[in-house]
Design a protein around this ligand. Sequence first.
Ligand SMILES: *Cc1c(COP(=O)(O)O)cnc(C)c1O
Length: 296
Amino acid sequence: MQLNRIHTQTINAIWLQPDNLLLDVLRLDEIHPVISGNKWFKLKYYLQQAIQTGKTTIATFGGPYSNHIIAAAFACKQAGLNCVGFIRGEKPSDPSGTLLMAAAAGMELIFVSREEYKNRQQLFTTYAEPAWYFIDEGGYGSLGAKGASEILSYAKPNYTHIIASTGTGTMLAGLIMAAQMHQQVIGISSMKGNLSVNNAVQNLLEPHVEYPPHTLFHDYHFGGYAKHPAPLIAFINEAYRQFNLPLDIVYTGKLFFAVIDLINKNFFAAGSKLLMIHSGGLQGNNSLQKNQLSFL
Ligand SMILES: *Cc1c(COP(=O)(O)O)cnc(C)c1O
């Protein structure tokens, strides 16, 4: 697939000066208008394996505003694969823009109850035909991490810290695999109390390999996964005004907030060079009512 050029944006802010910190943002949000951010990286090797093993249909899973669902729909279309999306929850009378676009790209949508959704492998087995290929929610799995490990090839190697938003932990695992031993990889979980993501990350790493230091923070969820209280919205608007940096309400807004908070708390040693991964997801902002964000 043709990707737009990936560039890094250097943040100029007075709060970086006292400790002489560098803060760069890797703008993966710009790589493709729809398949934005980390989702293309995570899908790449699944689609390749599906094609190599003669599968013709991708089946995957997500909620009604899922960045993964829309990315999968478009990536399958580009790859010439059929695509089925199992969507969590009742069929809405007024479907989200995400679902409308996924359907327009050719994805067949199957709505399933939250109960059924919990056991995705079972759902897959019930519906699947021999030529179907399973990709878990959010692209979780080893091939997703392998794809995400390529993200760092777009960044210079001189950063001391790599900081990324974390949902399933797939991208974080990939970043840990690709980081150098002198770097620290930091995940900011967008979910409330989802401590199991620590294990989810470990399960994607090789058991006997020594990896660079890595850690996860769980206190920047703003109330929960899809919660977007007024202070978060105000923060996102301010980030856009000051730095021309568009952020999303589910992942990267919380991430940038966490980075600034950790700087304020002197988490980073003087002279640290921080790389924040802008993992995309701006289409998710369409779940907001109009006029809440200045840049929609
Ligand atoms: C999906 C997504 C994430 C989370 O990635 P995981 O690999 O599931 O941890 C982070 N940021 C954005 C914008 C996403 O769409």
